[in-house]
Design a protein around this ligand. Structure first.
Ligand SMILES: Cc1ncc(C[n+]2csc(CCOP(=O)(O)OP(=O)(O)O)c2C)c(N)n1
Length: 660
């Protein structure tokens, strides 16, 4: 039985009814098209419509909604236009992602909808970031984040709820508990009685509701929204049932028939029809008329979308969409005055300058506020820029990166500090799937910089010494920057923050306080992706980056005493790679040694070696030689670590190269 706590007008009741009918009718049509092989995949939300529709009806248009794969009702209730929506569902050129993405894997910021990626729960921290942006801008709006019962076991669920609670964010998390995660029933997914009970553990409010009662959903969401706006994040568990298979080809044999019979009686539309009849708002004739109206409302757009054009592959356009265009030149701010800075001071000044120039910059990280970060890069930032923009996070790499993506969608410019680059592995999915692919898939620029102190030689053992930059070179959509000099530390960090793409900025820990130089007081923007010849030479080229630059320069100086002339190329940016500078140098010296700090196998130099053999084969007088650390974890003890880094064989390999 459906009851309302407040009197509801006939007009509002019929609006709710039509909102429920619309996604059901569209789905019925989709299921037909699936049977005719006109669409390839469909994740049905039949039986669960009251949750998506109820949440959206009780949301305000300035609230963000982050729907999942069964939430067609969010899009229809937010009145996303039918034609591009259907084109999107059919993978057509006129869809929101132009055929780049499937089904609901897209967003429309015009409608304040931020769509999902396949990785369940990955969008939940993104909701935190969106909510944080609303809170900072004092815009009195919330983010509604959907997930299924299955997704609640994922780390991002926990990190997102915890972050929202700690930062008192206006977020309402909605779990659609439909009894199964694919084929696995809830009793094999979690052991608590109700998922909403988990709210208490995070220090937030939890509601357990009947998700097939649209009025209960709406009234709970209204209540939750008010709480969220007061800084009390909310977790709603809406109990419902998936009346079809996980997706249409997966069947339902693993679900007892009895459950279907029971839940059919609780169908959200049938129940609401009954309520309307009891209230005297609807009779059979009106019902039939409404149904026909609903079917007619989308028919034309759907038929048009079915025969609309397929996307055609335009190589330049597709590859061009991977990155947002970076500014090619900005006015120089160089003041001419030189001051002595250490590597760490240069990083601090590049960062500070970006913060002074743009109020939408914000930094998230562990211990970065009062404490100033473990390496003290952000010392004094809290006082200068305030608590809204300089934020300690709990120990949540994935959560912080996801939140940063949400900030980007809301037009802010986040910098995320990884305490040590080793811990970036905990945020891997957010970086390589959510952040890197976002712009190509559907979104505006993702202007994010991830700072990561990397590198060994500091006696810090296997988990505080790694150089994981090579992991990210395979991911289109990211930029990977590794400065070696004080000047580059300052300018390239500043430029990374100005670049409207996600940039991973690796800072060598050992360089922080060991090198100093006279550099301009102010950072200067330069487009990322340019290598530099650090030392000209004629006998052989050493291509390297980061700490390797210093090893190469030292060795080049030593060997110069014997009359050996080495050219040293500092890559500075690993992605995109400056192949031209490498090619020019190889064409000049005809011999090349590739030097990297991390383990040799599949490191950055593996790629560069392949490129050189492909592009410079005829210029080479000797095989390309790679030098890197041994293929083993980084040992703690200094004597062991020195052997691991293999610096001592570097000179030998150069001699081999020259003697070949
Ligand atoms: C990280 C991750 N692991 C596995 C999958 C494969 N997968 C897709 S949907 C699904 C079940 C999801 O269950 P639930 O979160 O309850 O949502 P529902 O499909 O029931 O709406 C699984 C296992 C995935 N998409 N992402």
């Amino acid at each position: 039985m459906i009851k309302t706590t407040k009197k509801i007008s006939k007009e509002r009741a019929l609006e709710i009814y039509k909102s429920l009918l619309l996604p059901r009718q569209i789905e019925e049509r989709m299921l037909n098209l699936l049977r005719q092989n006109k669409i390839s995949k469909w994740f049905s939300g039949i039986g669960q419509e009251a949750v998506a529709v109820g949440v959206t009806l009780s949301s305000h248009k300035e609230d963000y909604i982050l729907p999942m794969h069964r939430n067609l009702g969010v899009f229809t209730t937010r009145k996303v236009p039918f034609y591009p929506l259907f084109c999107q569902l059919f993978g057509k050129a006129d869809g929101f992602s132009g055929g780049r993405e499937r089904s609901f894997h897209f967003g429309s910021l015009e409608h304040n909808i931020v769509g999902m990626i396949s990785h369940l729960a990955a969008m939940m921290p993104v909701a935190d970031g969106l909510a944080l942006a609303k809170k900072i801008k004092k815009e009195n709006a919330v983010a509604f984040s959907f997930c299924g019962d299955g997704a609640t076991s994922e780390g991002d669920f926990h990190e997102a709820l915890n972050l929202a609670a700690v930062w008192r964010l206006p977020v309402v998390f909605i779990i659609e508990n439909n009894g199964y995660g694919l084929s696995t029933p809830t009793n094999e997914q979690f052991a608590c009685e109700n998922l909403s009970d988990r709210a208490k553990g995070y220090g937030i409010k939890g509601f357990h509701i009947d998700g097939n009662n649209v009025i209960e959903v709406m009234e709970t969401v209204e209540k939750a929204r008010k709480l969220a706006l007061k800084g009390e994040s909310v977790l709603i568990e809406a109990k419902t049932f998936r009346m079809r298979g996980h997706e249409e080809s997966s069947g339902t044999h693993y679900i007892p028939d009895l459950l279907f019979k029971d839940w059919a009686k609780k169908d959200p539309i049938l129940r609401f029809e009954k309520f309307l009849e009891e209230e005297g708002f609807l009779n059979k004739k009106e019902q039939e008329k409404i149904l026909e109206e609903i079917k007619a409302s989308f028919k034309e757009d759907l038929d048009k979308a079915l025969i609309s054009k397929e996307p055609s592959f335009d190589r330049k356009k597709e590859l061009g969409a991977v990155y947002a265009p970076a500014p090619t030149k900005l006015p120089s701010t160089e003041n001419g005055q030189k001051v002595e800075k250490r590597f760490i001071d240069a990083i601090q000044s590049g960062l500070k300058q970006a913060f002074e120039e743009d109020d939408s910059t914000i930094i998230l990280g562990q211990d970065i506020a009062e404490y100033g970060g473990v390496f003290k890069v952000t010392e004094g930032f809290l006082n200068q820029f305030g608590a809204d923009r300089v934020r300690n996070t709990p120990i949540i790499e994935s959560g912080a990166l996801g939140a940063a993506l949400g900030l980007c969608y809301a037009g802010m410019v986040p910098v995320v500090e990884m305490q040590f680059s080793d811990f970036i592995s905990c945020g891997f999915n957010q970086i390589v799937n959510n952040i890197a692919k976002s712009h190509y898939r559907w979104s505006p620029a993702v202007n994010m910089t991830i700072r990561a102190p990397h590198g060994g030689g500091v006696g810090a053992g296997p988990f505080h010494s790694q150089s994981p930059e090579g992991w990210f070179m395979q991911i289109p959509g990211l930029k990977v920057v590794v400065p070696a000099t004080v000047e580059d530390a300052q300018n390239l960090l500043y430029s990374s923050i100005l670049d409207p793409n996600p940039v991973l900025f690796f800072e060598h820990k050992k360089l922080y306080r060991s090198i100093r130089d006279d550099v301009a007081e102010k950072a200067v923007y330069e487009p990322l992706g340019k290598a530099k010849v650090k030392k000209a030479g004629s006998d052989a080229t050493i291509v390297t980056y980061g700490m390797g630059v210093w090893w190469a320069l030292e060795t080049a100086e030593e060997l110069a005493k014997e009359g050996i002339s080495l050219e040293v190329v500092d890559l500075r940016t690993l992605l995109p790679l400056d192949l031209e500078t490498i090619k020019t140098s190889v064409a000049k010296t005809h011999r090349v040694l590739l030097l990297q700090e991390p383990s040799l196998t599949m490191g950055p130099m593996a790629e560069i070696s392949a490129l050189i053999s492909e592009h410079c084969f005829e210029k080479l007088d000797a095989p390309v030689i790679r030098c890197g650390a041994l293929d083993m974890p980084i040992p703690f003890n200094k004597a062991l670590e020195d052997e691991f880094l293999k610096r001592n064989v570097f000179e030998e390999r150069i001699r081999e190269l020259l003697e070949y």
